[in-house]
Design a protein around this ligand. Structure first.
Ligand SMILES: C[S@@+](CC[C@H](N)C(=O)[O-])C[C@H]1O[C@@H](n2cnc3c(N)ncnc32)[C@H](O)[C@@H]1O
Length: 212
């Protein structure tokens, strides 16, 4: 969809409300249930299993999962995993899956410098327009350690960026800004190697320059 609207995600109130309403049905996207049951996604489940295995194989580390959602992916990471998300409903679910979770803004993280060894983020970075992306990278830079980003792969005929119309189980409609990335593009953007290069998911990791 072509839109002249200024893209926003992390700072967009309508987007926050959408994810909070979606929290209890969010995992249906991963599991291919509910409104996602009819989606034609060849190889999705096998690739998701491989992605989870790749994440589980990363070195154990104290990790902050930023925009953790339900912690569907980060629960597979080895080591102590803490999560933050803007949505109280997401955080409530994440608390059952990882060591701790709290409501917080990804662009103003409640962490002291160098307090975690890894910042992990999934399906968040790829939603951010350039201004929010720059702020996010600067903010996680305060946390130190390394950054691991998981996002949606850009398949054939998939636009690089778009405003998507999303429908929830209650029939409500929402608009969300989203980019799709190749593994190489993601790796180049964050400045490190590819961790996972699939048809549906990509991941890369990069050292975080320690910023005060
Ligand atoms: C697409 S979901 C990804 C959830 C999870 N990381 C995953 O991969 O399954 C995007 C998440 O970003 C969160 N979010 C949006 N803006 C945020 C912000 N400014 N700070 C923290 N979380 C935010 C939403 O509440 C939502 O849980």
């Amino acid at each position: 969809m072509v839109s002249t609207e200024r893209p926003a995600f992390a700072e967009d109130r309508a987007t926050h409300s959408y994810y909070d309403r979606r929290a209890h049905e969010y995992d249906e996207w991963y599991l291919g249930e509910g409104l996602f049951a009819g989606r034609d996604r060849p190889g999705w489940h096998e690739e998701l299993d491989r992605l989870c295995a790749a994440l589980a194989a990363l070195e154990p580390a104290t990790t902050l999962d930023v925009a953790c959602g339900t912690a569907f992916l980060s629960r597979h990471l080895a080591g102590r995993v803490l999560g933050v998300d803007r949505s109280p409903s997401m955080v409530e679910i994440a608390r059952e899956r990882i060591d701790a979770a709290a409501v917080a803004d990804a662009l103003a993280l409640p962490v002291a410098g160098a307090s975690v060894q890894r910042v992990f983020t999934a399906h968040f970075y790829g939603h951010l327009p350039p201004d929010e992306r720059a702020r996010f990278l600067a903010e996680v830079g305060r946390a130190g350690g390394e950054l691991v980003v998981v996002d949606s792969a850009r398949g054939p005929k998939v636009p690089a960026e778009t405003w998507q119309d999303r429908v929830l189980n209650d029939g409500s409609r929402h608009r969300v800004f989203k980019r799709y990335l190749s593994a190489a593009q993601l790796a180049a953007e964050i400045g490190g190697p590819v961790v996972f290069d699939g048809s549906w998911f990509v991941a890369a990791r990069a050292p975080l320059p320690r910023r005060p």
